[in-house]
Each structure stands twice: as C-alpha cells, then as structure tokens.
Design a protein around this ligand. Sequence first.
Ligand code: NAP
Length: 295
Amino acid sequence: MSAVLKGADVVKEMNEAMMAQLAARAAAGQDAPKLAIVRVGKRADDLAYERGAVKRFANIGLRTEVYAYPADIRQEDFLAAFRQINDDPDIHGILVFRPLAPQIDDQLVIEAINPGKDVDGISPVNMAKIFAGDSSGFAPCTAAAVMAILDHAGISLKGKRVAVVGRSLVVGKPLSMLLLARDATVTLCHSKTLDLPALCRESDILVACVGKAKLLGAEYIRPGAVVVDVGINVDEEGGLWGDVDFAAAESIAGAITPVPGGVGTVTTSILARQLMKAADIAGHQQGINGALMRY
Ligand code: NAP
C-alpha cells in the first residue's frame, strides 16, 4: 500500500508559514499584499474558482479585489482597464481568467501583464525565467504545486529519473524545467511518445498531466515509484478522476497523490505564496529606488 500524498497537508504548512510572514509585515507597518482577480463575463468555473480564492486568501490574511467586466466589453476598453490595474501600486499580483471573451485577444493580455505582478506565471518573461533557471520568476501555479508536494514529502530529486507525461505550456513544459533545475533527469512525454508504459516504468517519479481519465494504469508504474497525478477529468455524473488509475496504482507505487485532494488543492496556496513573493520584490525595489533618489 502506498503513502497518499494529500494536498491538505502541504496547504496547512504553506499557509502557516505565510501567516507568520504576514504578521511580521504587519508588525513592520506594511499592508498585506493584494491580488487583483480579473474576470470578463460570468463563467461558472471562473466564479467558483474566484469564490474559493477570495475566501482562502482572506483566511490567510491576504487582500483580494475582483475586477469584473461585462461579457461584451470591447477589447480596447478592457485593455485600458487592465492597464490601470497593471499600474496600480497597491496591487501586487494579478490573476486573469482565460479565455477572456471571443472579442478579446488573450495574447495581448499575456504580453501586457506586468511580469512582476504575474503571479499566475503566464507572461513570456516569466516563462523565459523558468526555462533559464532564474528563481526571480513566477512559475505556472500547477507546476509549482507539483514541486511543493514533492518537497513537502521530502522526496529528493537529485539524480532521479522523472517521466512527465504531457507537454503543455501550463503544466508539463515548465514542470520539466523546475525538475531539471533540481538535478532530476527528466523525460518529457507526449501523445507521440513510443512505448510510453516501458518508459514510465523506468522512472522513479511519474507525473501525469495528460487530461485522460485513468489513462496510466499498473503497467506504467515502477514498484515503489512516486506518482503525482495532475489530471482533473470530469465524467458524465460529475465525478472527478485523475489521469492515473488510482485503484491499480495504489498497490504498486511507494507514494501517490489522490484526485481530488492532491495537486489541485495546493494551487491556490501557490498563488498566495507567489503574491507574497511579488510584494516582497516590489517592496525591495521601492527601497532601492528610494535609496537611489536620496543618493
Ligand atoms: P493539454 O494542454 O491538453 O495537454 C495534454 C498533454 O497530454 C499534451 O502534451 C498531449 O500530447 C498529452 N497527451 C494526450 N494524450 C496522450 C496520450 N494518450 N499519451 C501521452 N500523452 C498524451 O492539457 P493540460 O492543460 O496540460 O492539462 C493536463 C491535465 O491537467 C488535465 O486533466 C487538466 O484538467 C489538468 N490540470 C490540472 C490542474 C490542477 O490544478 N490540478 C491545473 C491545470 C490542468 P501532445 O502534445 O502530443 O498533444
């Protein structure tokens, strides 16, 4: 029977650390960092995520403000409003729900977002930093959540063989770079990979970010391997399933994340942690600018 790596345990540790940092900030007379949540229209999944994020951030002691625009807002009006959010010194981080709306080119927003406030890791600047191994950047939250789960479980990555199945720009690719930066030997797999089961079976750590319910069964898992399941697949009855066949994998893997209750649980805390980092970097930069002005 494998150990189940629960997201809630990671969240508890991260949130406690952030609350201690916020108490220190408050004692120094600093406001809590603030996240701007930017939404166009009222898509049900955006609203659900928004409600969860607002509540969880408030529980930690972080500020949020929702900027909601009508579904038919003109692109130029949206971009003008977005620029104001981007330039507001009281906003330390920005989360934009995408796709925005058919009349708005998401790419314009991805390119416009201030990389220093891009706590969701969508800007090409932050992507480049992740690929360059520059830790001042912001990784996409899901990729960072996988790293947080492995770290919390004390799983060493140095020299380990890791198979990442799925090469999207939001999960698989940045995650491979984060793993590589920690000296893992990474194989990035995709739909054209030949003999995927054998390749996965050679791996000490298997990360599934495919988007196909229960695709990875027993024949993909090396006995004792660590299995991290990023997949969130909803069936016709509304049930949630990972990309790994949990029932088959559980008796083979050394440790495994559940779905739900695994990676997905950790992403909001990663967003919060990245907001704290953005505020710290902005505060540090203000201090440097102030010192230069005095000089
Ligand atoms: P995506 O953009 O659709 O990418 C899927 C990747 O899987 C692609 O690289 C694709 O290969 C590969 N793939 C598809 N079928 C395959 C197969 N049979 N064998 C091997 N590789 C295969 O998906 P995504 O946005 O990365 O999301 C992946 C999963 O993670 C989804 O279930 C999504 O819901 C979930 N997710 C979870 C969170 C979270 O917070 N837990 C966040 C984001 C996403 P090609 O490149 O060759 O097409």
